[in-house]
Design a protein around this ligand. Structure first.
Ligand code: CMC
Length: 427
């Protein structure tokens, strides 16, 4: 462990311990800073702030490394299943065959929604964005499952977590069905987590839906790649909401709201819309020029990341998977050619090299999701479905951490200093 950090401020000296994790940068423990100096730290956007301790996910942005409980994401994506990764994130270790079977069984027994929840959908316009429906319906779960909301009881926390992981595919599929005017399909517990979701989304009551193993495997991989990502904006939102002791279902709804933004999970929808707008590789230079123009708010969607400054390991897996899936499905989509060419041109452009901007997870996922048959508005919903496991695992970890307090940042106040009220007649 490094020596204490010594600080001299306002004529007073103070010292701060340095804490080391298992891997990654040390952190300076400044919890006593305000008491010792009367000053706060200033870090808008939290670029240098560790908001908590966590044993779930590790990212090395310079090396392009992403580990869940120590396991590299590419190994998990290639060799495991979303149920295995969910168990790993929630429980800390990979499950034995028996544990996996029991976990999968438990999740499958929570897939149904309270029947009354179906009426919530009818309150939305048919053209509502499915993320708007997700925010509403997931928030509404808090009014239905009162027996799993004592957050101080680890068993109830786990039941709430299982319910959220299990019900998310049902809620997401219903959001899709509502938008296309088709009847909702009830879950089928004999299918895998991912196959059940695909059937509820693309099946119709009039005929049997055959789940294509190529699509099932691609979908499962996409779920794994989105399962967790350290203290990103939506996860921090879930933690902050949960830090007040709020209802777990409401906390996840808060995470969904944050994920929706185009700088976060909404980027997958924006990236595919952008690729379609570009249309053909010959128009790429025009868009590269716009991305580089300071006076133009346009950004290359699916490019850049707060933490990854070398490459996003999830984008590598997805770029490969996009080609495989389209090949196996026999689909030739010009959007994939545009994506590949855009990646090639951007990665050889000095602006993107200097700013260390690489394709992120959202760059190729849309190409696959579109090939599977999802409309772009569903892309972020799928991200939310998969990230739910990360959110609940992080929420559980936070609640059981004795050091965690209610999240309450301070500020650098720049408004008027105290002044006297002037009656309206004298203003
Ligand atoms: N296209 C063009 N320029 C960019 C881009 C981009 N996609 N991303 C960053 N820059 C530039 C930016 O203009 C800035 O330039 P300057 O230093 O001259 O002002 C510099 O790079 C640093 O950008 P920043 O906004 O300060 O960086 P950040 O860490 O705050 O933002 C980001 C990270 C992901 C929000 C940003 O790269 C971005 O908006 N990307 C496009 C949206 C996107 O793909 N989001 C998905 C992120 S990964 C999945 C997820 O989180 O859900």
């Amino acid at each position: 462990m490094a020596d204490n950090v010594k600080l001299e401020f306002g004529g007073k000296a103070s010292e701060y311990p340095v804490l080391s994790g298992t891997t990654g940068p040390d952190v300076i423990d400044i919890r006593k800073l305000y008491a010792a100096t009367g000053a706060f730290t200033y870090d808008p956007g939290f670029t240098s702030t560790a908001s908590c301790q966590s044993a779930l996910t590790y990212i090395d942005g310079d090396e392009g490394i992403l580990l869940h409980r120590g396991y590299p994401i590419d190994q998990l994506a290639e060799q495991s299943s979303f149920m295995e990764v969910s168990y790993l994130l929630l429980n800390g270790e990979l499950p034995s065959a028996k544990e996996l079977e029991s976990f999968t069984y438990t999740i499958s027994r929570h897939t149904m929604l309270h029947e009354q929840l179906a009426t919530f959908y009818r309150g939305f316009r048919r053209d509502a964005h499915p993320m708007a429906i997700m925010c509403g319906v997931v928030g509404a779960l808090s009014a239905f499952y009162h027996d799993s909301t004592d957050i101080n009881d680890p068993k109830q926390r786990m039941i709430a977590s299982h319910r959220l992981i299990a019900k998310m595919p049902t809620i997401a599929a219903m959001a899709y069905k509502y938008s296309v005017g088709q009847p909702f399909l009830y879950p089928r517990n004999d299918l895998s987590y991912t196959a059940n979701f695909l059937r509820m989304t693309f099946g119709v009551p009039a005929e049997e839906y055959e789940v294509d193993p190529v699509i099932e495997s691609a979908m499962d991989k996409i779920f794994i790649l989105h399962a967790d990502h350290e203290q990103n904006a939506s996860t921090s939102t879930v933690r902050l909401a949960g830090s007040s002791g709020a209802n777990p279902f409401a906390c996840i709804a808060a995470g969904i709201a944050c994920l929706w933004g185009p700088a976060h999970g909404g980027a997958n929808e924006a990236a595919l819309n952008m690729l379609r707008e570009i249309g053909t590789p010959d128009r790429i230079p025009e868009y590269i020029a716009r991305a580089k123009n300071k006076d133009d708010p346009f950004r290359l969607m699916g490019f850049g990341h707060r933490v990854y400054k070398n490459f996003d390991p999830r984008a590598k897996v997805l770029g490969k998977a996009a080609t495989e899936v389209l090949d196996k499905l026999g689909i030739s989509d010009p959007v994939l050619d545009t994506a590949r060419e855009l990646e090639r041109i951007a990665l050889s452009d000095q602006y993107f090299i200097d700013k260390k901007l690489y394709p992120n997870v959202d760059f190729y996922s849309g190409v696959i999701l579109s090939a599977i048959g999802f409309p772009t508005t569903m892309f972020t919903v799928l991200f939310a479905l998969a990230r739910t496991v990360g959110w609940v695992a992080q929420w559980n970890e936070m609640i059981s951490d004795p050091e965690q307090k209610i999240g309450r940042p301070r500020q650098l106040y720049t408004g008027p200093a105290m002044r006297d009220y002037v009656p309206v007649a004298k203003r």
